[in-house]
Design a protein around this ligand. Structure first.
Ligand SMILES: Cc1cc2nc3c(=O)[nH]c(=O)nc-3n(C[C@H](O)[C@H](O)[C@H](O)COP(=O)(O)OP(=O)(O)OC[C@H]3O[C@@H](n4cnc5c(N)ncnc54)[C@H](O)[C@@H]3O)c2cc1C
Ligand code: SF4
Ligand code: SF4
Length: 942
């Protein structure tokens, strides 16, 4: 069981080819970038596979398993790759189930759902929430992890206290065994004729049945006495079931980490979503008092009870999270109301009474509304990747990350751990689910340093031994054994029970094909550590994948933000072999907005593109920078649009321009079906020539500039006039100083020198103004990002100066001391939703547009799901890869339809083009400035 199956080199080359012949080329990949991207998960390990299968059906799963078994090739199932133990990487075939991501059936009365393994937990719960339902287990990685991984790891999370772990919430699992046979793993009554039939059909089950029956007493005697355990195979669940006359098969497969079979479908239990929730922070001055407080707080029946120790609070920054300097530990507690009759304020008072005898560092922080509650959870949920920011060399290393003791001994455990790491002089973060006694321990180490490496090995053995011998706990509560804890499973359970685990594995998988090296293995935990990656800035947590529009569409790690980080930072990176993926990023910046470790993947990609700038794009942007002739060309396009913007002519244009567009990208074209915006025959700067300052003008009332950018000037989309109109209603006569493209589109085609040239022009032109108002999301972000273009010096200082002065029009209005009168514009009350442009989110402007829209008379503002997801426009991406843009947009269309919106408002002219293409005609698309302007106009008239 210890050695992974050997693949001979000549076979390994044929693996992908064989699989392609069986499954089709779109489902099998083995190119360099793909193998690099799939070599990591969120653990400390690295292992490069031979091929990746992107399963789209049960038949794909069965075929791949049969092929792997017949040829002795290791097979590793994989979902989101967020496990912390190295269990979703392998040396053979990676079977990615991400494309199997549908909810197949929901039974509201009986509260269960049939779900595929590739669905993201947050997505599942978002869809269930519409019916007031919830799948209870909630790992902190819920925004990115998928059901398949949760099932295989027996995941749980802060709310395990109330809902249990995954093993408590599964009714049945459709599982493909290594023979390629399908098993409906459900709980069978041992006297049920159906049970006998399944034992006959699948003989391995009879072996397991007999084995557990024979050893039931020993299994029960060895059952961990703590409230959570994901170590070893859950034979305890099977033995407990047998005592009640049941052969509870889901208990065996949940937590088996893909070593016994591959799940294609799960029937999971659902619960009612709480009607209201209170989240509170309690800051304790003394750690030992936490131990005393926990049993009393548990009497309040909280749904979650989490701890962060003093070191953790220091490491994530107390000031940033409002944690008092003298807090020795902070508890995060949550209380649910199951009916509207429950008074959460009264329960908050009871909580305050429980805390009164203890020395608190400050008053309790209470949060009842969703936004505030989410804020309190934010730091806790992203703790581990956030620690990546702490030190460029010392990284949070997961190797003793998931121990469990009895809840009342958690303070003692924390005290022991803090003393241990103090002795080692190693900074450590200790946090976790204190209500269950489950502590996550994350020391910060430089594993490339010999001394730190030895400390890791010492800590691994000493702490795990102490947890077992001194605390009588478990080495694994919820993260799984994977490669990290495999060598300790034997120590945890002893030879006899471990021997049963080996028999179970051999019975199901005699050839050791399914995820070898995981759970049942004697390989030391230090094998396959990725020393190179652990010196990089990315935590491989996959939070960025969850928001990456490209990953959303392709569900393949080589087409994802995390995958791209791996690809472009690999030692053997070359643009030529990675062009396909490097050119696929939209530069939407969603990854940068969410990354807890402060990584900007899009920036890394742009730097790689800058090494190979696109020649055609360079020619176009240089022509644009020359000004007058380019303006004249667009004016001419505006004057003649009625002639050339007709279906037949557009088809012709698409055909004629095809070879030229290909020089932009192999996928680029000018699709005849793309509804183009109207080009302005008289451009914004001509319409408002009076606002263009003369060279000699001294800044006066015109000390507010409007940076309109390209779209508002060249297009007849109403945005520029609306922004100017709104500013005028606020008593501002803005100046329209000379300006060049802010640089976003130029940057995406790799022309950094041209971007700098434009930036210098804009810096000089805008220097004299106190405020620079923008209407375009991308211009806003780019102007704020100008400092990154220049090395330290005068230009950098100038750029920093400008960055402080830039405000989007929605910020300008939201900050105004007073608003002009508003009234409902014509057409009756409208249901309005907001599409939050990615670049404006990246610039930190999210609340203002929503607040303004909600304040407009005659507007019924509705937040849509996925408002914060990219719509697929991204400047010129819509022509660079129209088909992918359409696929990205499909999700936005669904969200807008579900919101039942009459109007979609946004803050970016480029997003407007994307939105106008593809939405039904009854849905209007408007810039927030247009809506404001209409309300001001109506207010003036009324
Ligand atoms: C920041 C962060 C926070 C986390 N917080 C928590 C937490 O609070 N609680 C917690 O429990 N975990 C937590 N985790 C760990 C991890 O997110 C969970 O274990 C998660 O459920 C794994 O899901 P995944 O989709 O990423 O699975 P993967 O990593 O892809 O796979 C995990 C295991 O599942 C197997 N697998 C995947 N799909 C299948 C299938 N269809 N059939 C059979 N086997 C399959 C794989 O082979 C592997 O063994 C955290 C991780 C991170 C990065
Ligand atoms: S880039 Fe950031 S969000 Fe993405 S995987 Fe790395 S650390 Fe996580
Ligand atoms: S910029 Fe957007 S498309 Fe590119 S990696 Fe980040 S999230 Fe994905």
């Amino acid at each position: 069981m210890t050695a992974p199956t050997l693949i001979l080199p000549e076979r390994s080359r044929a693996v992908a080819a064989d699989l392609r012949a069986k499954l089709g080329s779109d489902r099998v990949k083995d190119d360099r970038p793909t193998l690099t991207a799939y070599a990591v998960d969120a653990s400390i390990y690295r292992m490069e596979p031979k091929a990746v299968v992107l399963a789209e059906s049960e038949e794909d799963i069965a075929t791949t398993i049969r092929y792997a078994a017949a040829n002795g090739i290791p097979l590793t199932p994989r979902a989101a790759g967020t496990n912390l133990t190295g269990s979703a990487i392998g040396s053979g075939i990676i079977l990615d189930v991400s494309r199997l991501n549908r909810i197949l059936e929901v039974n509201h009365e009986e509260r269960w759902a049939r779900v595929q393994p590739g669905i993201v937990l947050a997505e599942l719960n978002k869809q269930l929430a519409r019916d007031g339902l919830l799948f209870g287990p909630d790992p902190s990685s819920g925004e990115m992890c998928k059901l398949g991984g949760m099932l295989a790891n027996n995941s749980s999370g802060p709310h395990t206290l109330r809902y249990g772990a995954v093993k408590d919430n599964v009714l049945s699992l459709r599982t493909c065994l290594v023979s390629g046979t399908w098993l409906d793993a459900q709980s069978y009554g041992v006297n049920d004729p159906a049970f006998e039939r399944v034992l006959t059909a699948i003989p391995v089950l009879r072996e397991i049945f007999v084995l557990v029956q024979a050893h039931a007493d020993m299994i029960r005697a060895k059952k961990p006495t703590v409230s959570k355990n994901s170590c070893g195979y859950n034979l305890f669940g099977l033995a407990d079931g047998l005592a009640g006359g049941l052969f509870d098969l889901p208990k065996l497969f949940v937590g088996s980490e893909g070593t016994l079979g591959v799940v294609s479908e799960a029937t999971v239990k659902l619960v009612d979503k709480p009607k209201a929730t209170l989240t509170a922070l309690i800051h304790f001055r003394h750690l030992q008092e936490v131990g005393e407080a926990v049993p009393r707080l548990l009497e309040l029946e909280p749904s979650a009870l989490e701890i962060m120790d003093a070191n953790t609070l220091d490491l994530i920054g107390r000031a940033t999270h409002g944690v008092p300097a003298d807090a020795a530990a902070t508890l995060l507690i949550e209380l649910d109301a199951d009916s509207i009759d429950v008074d959460l304020r009264e329960r908050a008072e009871r909580m305050a009474a429980v805390c009164r005898p203890f020395k608190l560092a400050s008053e309790l922080t209470l949060a009842f509304d969703v936004d505030r509650r989410e804020q309190l959870w934010k730091a806790r949920k992203a703790l581990y990747p956030t620690l990546y920011r702490y030190d460029p060399r010392k990284k949070p290393i997961n190797f003793v990350d998931d121990v469990v003791v009895r809840a009342e001994r958690i303070s003692e455990l924390i005290h022991y751990l803090e003393t241990f790491f103090k002795g080692q002089r190693v900074p450590v973060a200790i946090f976790g689910h204190i209500g269950n006694g489950n502590a996550h321990i994350v020391p910060l180490l430089d594993v490339n340093d010999h001394s730190d490496f030895n400390k890791m090995v010492q800590g691994y053995h000493e702490i795990h031994s102490a947890v077992l011998d001194r605390f009588g706990g478990s080495i694994c509560g919820e993260h799984g054994d994977g490669r990290i804890r495999a060598e300790y499973v034997r120590k945890m359970f002893g030879e006899d029970l471990y021997g049963l685990f080996v028999q179970v594995k051999q019975a199901f998988d005699p050839g050791n094909i399914l995820n070898p090296g995981i759970k049942i293995s004697d390989r030391p935990f230090t094998d396959h550590i990725d020393y190179t990656r652990l010196s990089k800035s990315c935590a491989t947590c996959a939070k960025c994948n969850a928001v990456c529009p490209v990953y959303d569409v392709f569900q393949s790690e080589d087409m994802s933000s995390r995958g791209w980080f791996e690809i472009v930072t690999a030692n053997d990176y070359s643009y030529l072999n990675s062009k396909r993926v490097v050119e696929a990023c939209l530069n939407c910046k969603s990854c940068r907005t969410v990354c807890p470790a402060g990584v900007d993947v899009s920036d890394l990609i742009l730097k790689k593109r800058a090494e190979h700038p696109n020649r055609l794009a360079g020619w176009i942007f240089r022509f644009q920078a020359r000004g007058a002739r380019f303006d004249a060309l667009l004016r001419w396009l505006g004057n003649t649009q009625s002639l050339w913007d007709r279906p037949f002519v557009r088809r012709l244009i698409e055909w004629v321009t095809k070879p030229i567009m290909r020089r932009l990208a192999p996928t680029a074209r000018l699709p005849h079906e793309l509804a183009l915006p109207r080009f302005a025959a008289t451009q914004l700067r001509e319409r408002h020539a009076d606002l263009i300052p003369a060279e000699s003008d001294a800044p006066s009332s015109k000390d507010i500039a409007y940076f309109h950018g390209c779209a508002a000037n060249y297009l007849d989309d109403g945005v520029g006039d609306a922004v100017i109109g709104v500013l005028r209603k606020h008593g501002v006569e803005p100046a329209l100083p000379p300006q060049r493209c802010s640089g976003t589109p130029i940057q995406t085609y790799g022309h950094m020198e041209l971007v700098r040239e434009g930036a210098r022009f804009n810096l000089n032109s805008l220097a004299r103004y106190n405020t620079v108002v923008t209407g375009c999301a991308s211009c806003t972000l780019m102007l704020k990002d100008y400092p990154a273009l220049f090395a330290d010096g005068e230009e950098r200082r100038q750029a920093e100066d400008l960055a402080k002065k830039v405000v989007h029009i929605t910020e300008f209005v939201a900050r105004a001391p007073q608003n002009p009168p508003m009234a409902q514009s014509a057409g009756g009350t409208k249901r309005v939703t907001y599409h939050s442009s990615c670049h404006l989110r990246a610039a930190g402007v999210t609340k203002e547009p929503r607040k303004l829209l909600a304040s407009l008379p005659g507007v019924n503002f509705t937040e849509m799901t996925d408002a914060d997801r990219c719509a697929g426009g991204a400047g010129t991406f819509i022509v660079k890869d129209y088909d992918t843009s359409q696929r990205i947009f499909a999700r936005k269309t669904r969200a807008i339809e579900q919101a039942g919106a009459d109007v979609v408002a946004t803050s970016c002219p480029a997003c407007m083009i994307r939105l106008k293409n593809g939405l039904p005609e009854r849905v209007e698309v408007k810039h927030v400035a247009q809506m404001l302007h209409e309300a001001y106009e109506a207010g003036e008239k009324s």
